[in-house]
Design a protein around this ligand. Structure first.
Ligand code: COA
Length: 695
């Protein structure tokens, strides 16, 4: 592969092999060949006493080249290079900086010594790609750091910082600067002392906590429900204690290859690639200079406004929080302090960091105080005239060049852009609740939004640690428009014969972390009802008549916060099916003249999912997003779509669009054409036996 090389130099008897393969030094074919040549030269040249392996640029290595997955690897394979490294008769030292991940760390584990720059991240994140390490990671890491720590890295996919790795015995020396010089000096010492070569595979592993495997299996079943790779990873680590090294290595590779050929890994690799692909936007020059955002402002100090303000403070950006009065803004600041205090109590934040973040948030009571802001985000209640009035006022006070944005989830952004009087510098920034924790951010541009403003917002979003997805200003954008289709079917199925817990169970079995009714109870049924009311005019007669939410609200059942909603909740906040709700639904069906029937789990999943996929096809057809990747990323990060299914559009392709089309046509007959008429794009692709991802 071009641009994938290993340079070879010597310094007083120490050879340096430097991996040069930007941007992340993936171990592509050219790198593997270069490493093999460097090892052979070190072995054969009597003037060379030891070899240091380094990475050029930002990283040591991000591991195997994911683009080579799914086809046979060209020789030399990674396993061969790793084996050569460990068996070399001269000391081999890994010099680690930036990231040493996957195959990169496996190579380092086979070196006889490891030196790292402080701050280096060492990890085996293969489970995130649906596979397990295949270059000895599951056999060597437990030999070095023990089963528990190794399982955290391999089964949970958690990486270690260099000093933590040193404490665990994974790194021999951690230095603050000048890694190459430190590694060469280390190599020279090893040579001078005639220190014996430390081959990790020679270590006889001792298991001091036999119960650790059960413990991790239980926790993987809970926290990574449905994923195959973490369970396989645990089994592979266990083999390090049960089989001789060579046999463990062989089994590990077999398990890795079997996972790589499976559906889950294909889906997870798709998700990895899609997240990166969406940063390249057709027709937008993302190298345009982004404007600097030094000070931001958020108008509206409700749950969303407060969460958004905290996002900025967390990223170290000063932010004004404006409410109707300075006093209520100050009170909202106090609410944010409760969130950071909880983080301190949990140990995820230090008291000093919490104080620093709060210090970046200042209260404001009038638009005239926002003159210095480079960006103002509106997060007031979903009322179009109120928002229009606010933007007209902001236009008067905000400086020229400041970008104005709305956090609306379904109002007409074009109307708000007009009201702002600066449509080129206006866009939507649709955060998800809780805004400080959720990584997804829909960046919504209208036809008038300038390329420069768009690039500025995308750049800012990354600074905030978000995954920005650029979408067009269609009603409900992408996330909420598709979600509304799913919610509608879930509600209709209650009328037709299902119960909330049955719908939720079918969807959690599919892989969502929570079902739609449990999610609604969590967010508050008053909040869900407010959204329904705001959209009421656009609902079909059948949707209007499906007024179960109104009925629950009338009973004061507002969800978890009131102790009851679609479910009732016990003292530990466990959701329990509630006969009162069952009776209410049965009465409702009878009053509407609907004969309740048994609804299968298959029908539940199909109707919820296919309604979403069909809407996704419409969004693509309308050009609201340019590619299916945007939709998949939104669902993976916004609503917990199981990564091992790759996102709704990828999943649809796996099912086969003819199958989805046939089901949509069936539901057109049984539920109604208003809800299931196939999108033209879906019909076209299915007719051509293609998928959303087929070129
Ligand atoms: N193989 C091939 N390409 C890789 C890669 C790998 N293992 N890891 C990253 N890349 C590519 C990305 O696709 C991206 O390409 P693009 O610019 O064409 O979109 C580029 O390298 C930069 O990666 P990105 O993730 O955008 O940069 P970052 O600086 O935010 O993060 C890493 C760098 C290494 C931390 C991150 O890319 C990562 O975690 N990679 C995966 C590592 C992994 O899973 N290794 C195990 C493989 S079995």
């Amino acid at each position: 592969m071009s641009g994938a090389t290993v340079s070879f130099t010597t310094q007083g008897g120490i050879a340096l092999a430097t991996i040069e393969h930007p941007p992340v030094n993936a171990l592509s074919h050219g790198v593997r060949a270069g490493l093999k040549a460097a090892l052979e030269r070190t072995a054969s040249d009597p003037a060379i006493a030891a070899l240091v392996i380094l990475g050029a640029g930002r990283n040591f290595s991000a591991g195997a080249d994911v683009r080579e997955f799914g086809r046979p690897f060209e020789a030399p394979e990674l396993g061969e290079v790793i084996e050569l490294t460990e068996s070399l008769g001269k000391p081999v030292i890994a010099a680690l900086h930036g990231s040493a991940l996957g195959g990169g760390l496996e190579l380092a584990l086979a070196c006889h010594f490891r030196v790292a720059l402080a701050g280096t991240r060492l990890g085996l994140p293969e489970v995130k790609l649906g596979i397990i390490p295949g270059g000895g990671g599951t056999q060597r890491l437990p030999r070095l750091i023990g089963a528990r720590a190794a399982l955290t890295v391999i089964a949970d996919g958690r990486d270690l910082e260099a000093s933590e790795a040193q404490r665990l015995g994974l790194v021999d020396l951690c230095v603050a600067s000048d890694l190459p010089a430190a590694a060469v000096a280390f190599a020279q010492q090893v040579v001078q002392k005639g220190a014996p070569l430390r081959r990790t595979s020679d270590i006889v592993p001792v298991l001091d906590e036999p119960e650790v495997f059960e413990e991790f299996t239980r926790s993987a079943g809970r926290r990574q429900r449905g994923f195959l790779a973490p369970l396989e990873a645990i089994k592979a680590v266990r083999l390090a204690y049960e089989l001789p090294f060579a046999q463990g290595l062989k089994r590990e590779l077999e398990m890795c290859m079997a996972l790589m050929a499976g559906e889950q890994s294909r889906a997870q690799r798709h998700a990895f690639a899609a997240e990166r692909e969406i940063a390249r936007i057709p027709g937008l020059d993302t190298r345009l200079p982004a404007r600097e955002i030094q000070t931001a402002a958020v108008v509206g100090a409700g749950v969303m406004g407060r969460g958004i303000a905290l996002c900025f403070a967390t990223a170290g950006i000063a932010v004004q929080l404006m409410a109707r009065t300075a006093a209520s803004a100050e009170k909202a600041r106090g609410e944010i302090a409760k969130v950071t205090a909880a983080q301190v109590a949990r140990g995820t934040l230090s008291a000093a960091q919490a104080e620093q973040r709060l210090g970046l948030i200042t209260a404001a009571g009038a638009a005239s105080e926002l003159r210095r802001a480079d960006l103002v985000i509106e997060a007031i209640s979903e009322d179009l005239p109120a928002k229009e009035a606010l933007f007209a006022e902001l236009a008067l006070h905000c400086r020229a060049g400041a970008i104005l944005a709305s956090n609306t989830s379904f109002l007409d952004l074009n109307a708000l852009a007009r009201a702002s009087g600066r449509a080129a510098d206006f866009a939507g920034l649709h955060f998800f609740n809780p805004a400080h924790a959720m990584r997804l951010l829909e960046v919504v541009r209208t036809p008038a939004t300038s390329a420069e403003a768009t690039v500025t917002l995308l750049t800012l979003a990354r600074r905030l640690g978000k995954i920005p997805v650029l979408v067009g200003a269609a009603e409900g954008f992408v996330a909420n428009r598709m979600l509304a289709r799913r919610s509608r079917e879930a509600l209709f199925m209650l009328e037709e014969g299902a119960l909330p817990e049955q719908v939720d169970a079918a969807l959690t079995k599919f892989g969502f972390p929570l079902g739609p009714f449990a999610v609604a109870d969590l967010g508050g049924l008053d909040v869900v009802l407010a959204t329904r009311r705001a959209r009421f005019a656009g609902l079909t007669p059948r949707e209007r008549a499906a007024d179960l939410l109104e009925q629950l609200n009338a009973l004061g059942r507002l969800g978890q916060k009131s102790g009851a909603g679609w479910y009732r909740y016990d003292a530990e906040r466990r959701a329990l099916p509630d006969p009162t709700v069952h009776q209410l639904i049965a009465r409702h069906s009878a009053a509407r003249g609907i004969r309740r029937r048994a609804i299968s789990d298959e029908e539940i999943v199909e109707r919820c999912l296919y309604a979403m996929i069909n809407e996704g096809a419409r969004l693509l057809g309308e050009g609201v997003v340019p590619r299916p990747q945007e939709i998949d990323v939104i669902w993976l990060h916004g609503f917990g779509f199981p990564a091992y299914r790759g996102g709704p559009m990828f999943h649809a392709d796996q099912l086969g669009l003819p199958r989805v089309l046939a089901a949509l046509e069936r539901y057109c007959d049984t539920v109604g054409p208003e809800y299931f008429t196939p999108a033209p794009l879906l019909r076209k692709l299915a007719g051509e036996a293609r998928g959303f991802y087929d070129p």
